[in-house]
Design a protein around this ligand. Structure first.
Ligand SMILES: C[S@@+](CC[C@H](N)C(=O)[O-])C[C@H]1O[C@@H](n2cnc3c(N)ncnc32)[C@H](O)[C@@H]1O
Length: 448
């Protein structure tokens, strides 16, 4: 018999809380391992993501009902109360009585009578008295942080970088679950054919709103379709697809993707090259390099050669070879993908940004030595933090007078993106609220 879904949710959330495990990876593993009814997978995902996304707001709601405060509770009791309040406040498909009953049953099973009584009491009091109002909180930014469950330091940082209105919109849009989007493999098919095939397999889909290669899945499991199995499509967010286009690789070119796993961009680049030329794809971790090979093979792309290597040491590996295009899709804080990985809100600290910035600069410095004269160096991240984006690029340009911002980037971006206020010569930032996509940054540099 499969375990009750809320019990599984509690275990997943506890592991994320204790071990700083990544929500998306852990959830995928759990869904594969636990013998869950397929209908329960949706509920599990909703409860896990929702509880992490709304963590601070939920704690604020719980606070008046717990004498010594939420932080005084044992981890599992705290998480059980959080996931129960998430369902009571944000989901309406399960009756309140059932949610409380389930929480009490789990508490009885894991703890002693006193704890189940306390869980029962807290949830019933909250239902009787109602949740406290956030309006009583002082300070505009503190209110935004609490309403959207973001750490205050993050909100303050983004207000400094983007202003209050953009920050509010960014926090709010990060709470909206992303839709599944796929990229069409142009080597094998067209958007129209792919849409037809998906429809035949019972999947409802439309063209993307931003990227020309994108399809948005409205309903149905795209991973069970023949289009997916035969390598006609790849799951990828629309803003991430702009990076592949920004590289502007053509058939016959020699390209490096320095931080390539799991291969979303390498495969996009190879598709645009009509699978002619070379794409050398590197990543630090061997187990991740395997994923690049698997993707390339599923898509029928032969020109991708994947290898585990530190991008900061590529010069030693490649000697004097020079390349037409070098892409650095850098490791970053991931602030642009919080809607997919909400644990980022709680696991990242200010010092992490400084540490990752140093790695980004090192990778950029090494990668620059591999670019041909007239060739291009593309730097991208899935964060919107300016210290990891514009700052890294400007610091690089200061010490590399042989590189310039590449004005032709605009020609390789969709009209909507190049007309956005956050496009500046050779660089673009996409905020999550702009097109309901992940947040991304792309810079294109040309070597003289
Ligand atoms: C943003 S992800 C890349 C996503 C990938 N480009 C795609 O589109 O599928 C960044 C990657 O950089 C890798 N990485 C981190 N430090 C690295 C280093 N020093 N050298 C090479 N790869 C590194 C990480 O393992 C991670 O897979």
């Amino acid at each position: 018999m499969s375990k009750p879904v809320r019990e599984v949710a509690l275990e997943v959330l506890l592991q994320i809380e204790k071990n700083q495990a990544y929500s998306n990876l852990l959830l995928n593993q759990t869904v594969k391992r636990a013998n869950l009814d397929p209908r329960d997978v949706g509920l599990l995902t909703e409860i896990v993501y929702g509880t992490i996304q709304r963590r601070d707001t939920i704690d604020f709601y719980l606070q008046p009902f717990i004498k010594k405060g939420v932080d005084s509770l044992q981890d599992w009791v705290k998480v059980l109360l959080r996931l129960s309040v998430y369902q009571l406040v944000y989901l309406d498909r399960v009756p309140d009585r059932a949610i409380v009953h389930e929480a009490v049953t789990i508490a009885k099973k894991r703890g002693h009578k006193g704890i189940s009584g306390m869980v029962n009491g807290v949830l019933r009091s909250l239902l009787r008295e109602g949740i406290p109002s956030i309006d009583t909180v002082k300070g505009e930014l503190e209110k935004v942080a609490l309403q959207t469950s973001f750490p205050v330091w993050m909100v303050e940082r983004w207000v400094d970088q983007y202003g209050v209105e953009r920050t509010k919109a960014m926090c709010e849009s990060s709470l909206v679950p992303p839709s599944v989007t796929v990229r069409v493999n142009r080597v094998k098919t067209t958007i129209e054919q792919a849409l037809d095939l998906l429809m035949q397999d019972g999947v409802e889909a439309t063209r993307g709103v931003l990227a020309e290669d994108a399809i948005i899945i409205k309903k149905g499991n795209v991973f069970q379709t023949s289009a997916y199995k035969e390598g006609l499509i790849t799951a990828q967010d629309e803003s991430s697809m702009l990076v592949g286009r920004a590289v502007g690789a053509m058939a016959g070119m020699h390209v490096i993707d320095a931080c390539a796993a799991p291969g979303g961009k390498s495969t996009h680049i190879a598709e645009q090259m009509d699978d002619q030329g070379t794409v050398l794809s590197f990543d630090l971790h061997e187990h991740k390099v395997k994923l690049i090979r698997e993707q390339a093979s599923r898509l029928g792309l032969d020109i991708i050669k994947a290898e585990a290597h530190d991008a900061r040491k590529l010069k030693e590996r490649l000697g004097n070879q020079l390349f037409d295009r070098v892409l650095i899709d850098a490791p970053c804080s991931g602030f642009g993908v919080i809607r997919r990985k909400p644990d980022i809100k709680w696991s990242k600290e200010l010092k992490d940004i400084q540490a990752i910035q140093a790695i980004q600069q090192d990778i950029l410095r090494t990668a620059a030595t591999l670019v041909k004269p007239g060739g291009k160096l593309i730097y991208s991240t899935c964060t919107i933090d300016k210290d990891e984006n514009e700052e890294v690029v400007q610091a690089f340009l200061k010490n590399h007078s042989d590189f310039q911002l590449d004005e032709t980037l605009a020609e390789r971006l969709p009209e909507k993106a190049r007309n956005s206020e956050l496009y500046q010569r050779g660089m673009i930032t996409i905020l999550p609220q702009d097109f309901e996509t992940d947040g991304f940054f792309i810079a294109s540099l040309v070597k003289q």
